[in-house]
Design a protein. Sequence first.
Length: 312
Amino acid sequence: MPRAQAIALEEHFAHPEFAARFGVAGPVDALTGPLESRLPDMDAAGIEIQVLSHAPGAAQSLPADEACSWSERINDHLAAAIGGNARFAGFASLPMTAPEAAARELARTVETLGFRGAMLHGLTNGAFPDDESHFSLYAEAERLGVPIYLHPSFPHPAVMQAYYADWTERFPMFGMAAAGFTAETMVIAIRMMLGRIPELFPKLQLILGHMGEAIPFLLERIDESLARNNGGQRFFRERFLRHFHITTSGNFSDAALICALSEMGADRIMFSVDWPYVANRAGRDWIDAAPLNEQQRLLILNGNARRVLRLP
């Protein structure tokens, strides 16, 4: 039986000039190199499509005029690099310090450049993604029928100082992938479901990486605890399962997968690697051996991504 091809959603690139000027996290040569150079490794791992997003350090938090200019340049660069190659698709970088412009840039990238959604990186100069200034973006995403991927970024500086600074020299990843990124993004995702966003944008779709940033494991506790302040009425689980999909990026754990399947179902989980921070082959070898039936495996490998991103 032929090996099923995978679609990977949290795969990164960087604009060379942006990386040179502002810096980006990760191996710069891999992030800025020609997309064609990725194909042999993708082929070896059975990855049909990488959905590309700018590496952390994108333009979203720059001063408004600069953020708008760089976001447009980054998106145009990505569209030109893809150049109609069906092996790649794009998520937009957005100028979140200019929220109305961010909504317009999302529309431009989807309607003109063929992008499949957008990626946000954590807070924007201290503003959470549930801030009402962002609502025009969510209205546009809902209108266009494209998802917003909530990607980790560094925790708020005060949190970094209070919780992680004393261990940063010995274990720099403690404030990042080992704990800081997950804690920050989990809180961001929970906040998105507490206020008016589910009511105002009932069809908005959001994506979390890293097997849901621990929310599937904590879903029952979150739902039950929040109900105590809501007259005993539960709401979080229903909202989360209606609005969120998760990906496997960089968290290749059978236990985490089984938990996510139990709480969310296979139709809410999508394959991702988190390249180049994680190797393609590691992700593919894991998903091929994971405790899934073939229907579940196909949904996670490519079926859900084709549906959510409207890929052919």
